[in-house]
Design a protein around this ligand. Sequence first.
Ligand SMILES: O=C([O-])CC(=O)C(=O)O
Ligand SMILES: [Mg+2]
Length: 235
Amino acid sequence: MAKSREEILAEIKKCRAADLSDGMDALGLVNKGSMSTEMRPIRPGISFAGYAWTVRLVPDTRTHKPCETVEEYIQQKNDFCSDAYSFMKELKAQDVTDHVLVIDMDGYPGGVLGSENMMNFHIMGMAGAIVDGGCRDSYECNLQKVNAFSTKRTFHHVTGRMKGDGVNVPVSCAGVTVEPGDYVVADDDGVLVIPQERAEEVVKFAQAILKDDQEARKSHYESLGYQPDETLKRI
Ligand SMILES: O=C([O-])CC(=O)C(=O)O
Ligand SMILES: [Mg+2]
């Protein structure tokens, strides 16, 4: 009997991106879901997996007007925000537990992810966020231990630079086409996207690869007198 999405995700979470990438190779899906090496975690040690919840942003043709008052600036920023962050309305209306926000902005260095909204995504139960674009407020994001990957780090705001162009549509993120609901796996090695229709098979190979690796590494730990750690008990 085919496994449920929840069962598949639970199994994916136990594997490393490396095992799942090997599983993709085993099916002939070589390099198919591999995001570009520019896509990096904002600090070492972040690892998560979940269902893709996609957003596409495109360049905004309007530009910032010089403002004379703070009120004028805030008004302008809010107008731009309602376009760039129009996806927030849909996000808030849905159960996005265990989902990964995948934002395609074609590598533009606008800071769509920041220390405020990343905490908001965490509160909503999202596994993490990935952007082919910018993350800002890096110091606070790391202090708060939020799960962000990006191809750029920046101080730029996204507003007035990008605007919404669709949610839960197929997107192209760091070289990979991501369909809503695909499995997104992120760890220190990078980001891998597993097509939902092949995930169960990928996991089968990945588990066998991981099991072999655990056994080999366990015996190396013994030879070197290392204490076993959690990486020997993933499955
Ligand atoms: O304010 C924004 O839109 C982006 C940002 O810096 C944050 O979420 O902290
Ligand atoms: Mg901020």
